[in-house]
Design a protein around this ligand. Structure first.
Ligand code: NAD
Length: 261
């Protein structure tokens, strides 16, 4: 028996990293899974592995995302789980962010989560209830220099989560996860660019290592399952204890923008 037997899940950003791991773990636990991503080829590969379905959508496109979620609901016979996970990052001095880049980071990481609620809540209600989980970040709970729009967006996701939990209980539980430093396509360039940081991430993490996508995926499965039946409105930090010391990316801004200073 799986933790998610009979559940029907949509995962945005499900083609890579944390989303891909979560789609796989949800399927292992018995859920039907629809993978939604801008990278539809990679989304199809994940869907094939887990006997799921794949849809192309940009989470910043209200009607495109709604159409993908509607199609997923049609194919699965409804939706009971929505995992708003698609996200992008970036690093720049605050006053040098181009307004278009600022808007894009806010649009994907924060507005994209709202648009996920907009698309999925009617289906989850029609199914009699369920669970919404969104990916925030330790950058929202413990921001570092250089990632102002990302941090602001992710802090916004935690606030949106709490507000939505008040609106949608008791039928729908709403939570977020805040991953720490997790090895994915998002963080790989950082580790490539500053290889010595890789060792520091292990050293400053009380649990002794950088995170893997499955470390977060297991918490997402838990939050979507009956085991979390009395948890709503929470932002669960999954960072191996790293932020007990500081932010994961503390100091990186200085190394990138004033090396040698
Ligand atoms: N990796 C980390 O250390 C870390 C830490 C904290 C939070 N996060 C968050 O976790 C989430 C997943 O990131 P990841 O690390 O797995 O990165 P990733 O780059 O491996 O995966 C992100 C996925 O989202 C998709 N995507 C990006 N923009 C999209 C859009 N507009 N519409 C639809 N899909 C889109 C990408 O194609 C990709 O498949 C993000 O929200 C990220 O901000 C990651």
């Amino acid at each position: 028996m799986g933790l998610l037997d009979g559940q029907r899940a949509v995962v945005t950003g499900g083609a890579s990293g944390i989303g891909r791991a979560s789609a796989r773990r949800m399927a292992e636990e018995g859920a039907a899974v629809a993978v939604v991503d801008v990278n539809v080829e990679a989304a199809r590969e994940v869907a094939e592995e887990i006997d799921g379905t794949a849809y192309a959508a940009d989470v910043t496109d209200p009607e495109g995302l709604r159409a993908a979620v509607d199609a997923a609901a049609g194919a699965m016979g409804g939706i009971t789980i929505m995992f708003n996970n698609a996200g992008i990052g970036g690093l720049s001095p605050l006053h040098e962010w181009a307004p278009e880049e600022w808007n894009r980071i806010l649009a994907v990481n924060l507005t994209g989560v709202y648009l996920g609620f907009r698309a999925a809540v009617p289906h989850i209600r029609a199914s009699g209830g369920g669970s919404l989980v969104s990916t925030a970040s330790i950058s929202g709970t413990r921001p570092a220099a250089g990632e102002a729009p990302y941090s602001a967006a992710k802090a916004g996701v935690a606030a949106l989560t709490a507000s939505a939990a008040l609106e949608y209980g008791p039928q729908i539980r709403v939570n977020s996860v805040s991953p720490g430093m997790i090895l994915t396509a998002l963080t790989e360039p950082l580790v490539q660019f500053l290889p010595h940081e890789r060792e520091r991430f292990d050293r400053v993490t009380p649990l002794g290592r950088i995170g893997q996508p499955d470390d977060v995926a297991d918490v997402v499965v838990f939050l979507c399952s009956h085991l979390a039946r009395f948890i709503t409105g929470q932002n669960v930090v999954v960072d191996g204890g790293m932020t007990l010391h500081g932010s994961g990316v503390d100091g990186i801004f200085d190394q990138v923008f004033s090396p040698g200073a």
